[in-house]
Design a binder for this molecule. Structure first.
Ligand code: IMP
Length: 182
């Protein structure tokens, strides 16, 4: 099974989980078209439909996004663009003086093995007042998951995996894989 992504940070997180349960996974490092649709599920499904004509064998992809309550769910499906343009500094600036720091990270995994299967995971938390930590990638330095006081970027890969949106989607995916092989 291949993970298709251009994001080595995502790969590191999946690799740690898959290794811990003995599931083999290889990385296919490539980017692919991501259309701007209304939900991450639709974006991921569209991308997987493109990739099934390109990638040999079974594969999965991950589409994720950060949804900030006081910004009406922004950047959501625009997370990649906002990360590249505004960055963490820009997001903190947008939220300056904002008392409501509630936010949610969501992941949708799409697995293709002759047919498409979707698995979702989400983690709620808060947007920090400043950037903290240097681990991980993307918005990790500004997201503090609920019941934690560290940002994702202050956690180890294992620490982030113990609470993250991505690991929850992965657990649902692994559950499916397990049932399939019984
Ligand atoms: P993508 O479209 O799934 O690649 O992700 C959209 C944007 O959200 C990218 O800029 C990523 O860096 C960011 N992102 C996705 N997942 C995470 C995460 O687990 N932590 C921090 N940022 C993330």
């Amino acid at each position: 099974m291949k993970l298709v992504t251009s994001n080595r940070g995502k790969y590191a997180e999946y690799k740690a989980i898959m290794d811990s349960v003995g599931v083999e996974m290889e990385l296919l490092l490539m980017s692919y078209p991501e259309e701007q649709l209304d939900t991450i599920e639709e974006v991921a499904e569209r991308s997987a439909n493109y990739l099934k004509g390109v990638v040999a064998g079974d594969f999965f992809i991950d589409d994720s996004g950060l949804f900030i309550e006081s910004l009406g769910g922004f950047p959501g499906v625009y997370s990649s663009y906002v990360n590249r343009t505004l960055g963490n500094r820009g997001v903190l600036k947008l939220m300056e003086g904002d008392k409501n720091r509630n936010a949610e990270f969501r992941t949708c995994i799409v697995y293709y093995n002759g047919e498409l299967k979707l698995f979702s995971g989400k983690t709620s938390g808060k947007i920090s007042d400043m950037m903290r930590g240097s681990n991980g990638f993307g918005f990790d330095p500004i997201f503090i998951p609920d019941q934690q006081d560290k940002t994702y970027a202050e956690m180890t890969t294992e620490g982030k995996n113990s609470v993250s949106h991505r690991s929850k989607a992965t657990m649902a995916f692994l559950e499916f894989l397990k049932k399939k092989t019984i």
